[in-house]
Design a protein around this ligand. Structure first.
Ligand code: DON
Length: 311
């Protein structure tokens, strides 16, 4: 059944108004910039694979992409080295442990298992070829921009805030290096990983990026192919298994869509062949997922009957 514009806009409006009173959680505070973002901000957007946009609330506010960036660098590396090499070199299975877990690495001889936890994402960055950190970074930024259909930019303020506090991730980089699972200089990989988390996106950008995944890799705004259609199922399966970290299983059980969250408060879900739902609100639950964002995305998925396991 084709969803009418009125049906989608009504779901977006109702998701925003019904989730807005949900003021639980707290801004991430381990990155100083994130603690300073106004907590009351809340945006919800849907973009269909044929380029129709529906939105409510603060959808133009630019926030830190954070971990949602992991999906787009995974897309780039899957294009560069192939899905099987990603599986061999990094792994493609959930860890069952928090996104920055060192224990997960220790338990698996330094193999990250998932490209969507910090260790796996740093290993994925280390697989982006380039003669320098800047060359590697240029490819990653270009991929984020192609997904968004407009030039995405680094926030120097966020990057500075992250680069001066990312000691835990540097420790993960050295552990990867000692296990042979970092494929470039580890501090270069952590530097570039930190930059990829520090770009600014709006809720509308996230919806376009997600709709590119929903549309077999074709950006609904530019109509350009960003990633091979054959790689999309690999990306969406990783999002299903690890996209909301240790809440991913509950998310699949309750919502039934591949998703990805970031500690900046962004969240994205993909209904393959149809649309993407994006939301942003900075207050996070204990796992690191936006409280209002999850509520709004879940509301729309249910209202529009998008659960992949439904029928
Ligand atoms: O590496 C970090 O800790 C952050 N730059 C990103 C983590 C993140 O977004 C995890 N998300 N839920």
């Amino acid at each position: 059944m084709k969803l009418s514009p009125q049906t989608i806009q009504a779901a977006v409006d109702a998701a925003h108004s019904s989730s807005a009173p949900n003021i639980g959680g707290a801004n991430a505070n381990y990155i100083p910039y994130l603690a300073s973002v106004p907590s009351e901000l809340f945006g919800v957007a849907v973009m269909t694979t044929d380029g129709r946009l529906y939105k409510a609330g603060d959808t133009d506010y630019a926030f830190a992409i954070e971990s949602i960036s992991k999906v787009f660098t995974l897309a780039l590396v899957t294009e560069l080295i192939g899905s099987e090499a990603v599986r061999q070199k990094v792994g493609t299975t959930p860890t069952g442990l928090p996104f920055n877990s060192v224990m997960a690495l220790e338990l698996h001889n330094g193999k990250p298992l998932s490209p969507l936890v910090n260790a796996g994402a740093i290993a994925i960055v280390s697989l982006v070829s380039g003669v320098s950190a800047d060359a590697c970074w240029a490819k990653i930024l270009d991929m984020q921009s192609r997904f968004a259909g407009r030039p995405i930019a680094l926030s120097d303020e966020i990057n500075q805030s992250e680069q001066t506090t990312n000691f835990h991730n540097r420790a993960i980089g050295w552990l990867l290096c000692s296990a042979g699972t970092c494929y470039s200089d580890p501090m270069r990989a952590v530097d570039v990983y930190t930059r990829q988390c520090s770009t600014l996106v709006t809720t509308t950008d996230l919806a376009v990026m997600g709709a590119t995944l929903a549309g077999g890799g074709v950006n609904p705004v530019t109509r350009l192919s960003v990633v091979a259609a054959a790689n999309i199922p690999h990306l969406l399966s990783e999002m299903t298994m690890e996209g909301l970290y240790t809440a991913s299983g509950d998310w699949a059980y309750q919502v039934g869509l591949p998703g990805k969250s970031g500690v900046g408060g962004g969240i994205l879900a993909v209904a393959p062949g149809k649309l993407a739902i994006a939301a942003f609100s900075p207050q996070l639950d204990l796992v690191g997922n936006s409280v209002r964002g999850q509520a709004a995305v879940a509301y729309i998925a249910k209202a529009l009957g998008l659960n992949l396991f439904g029928s």
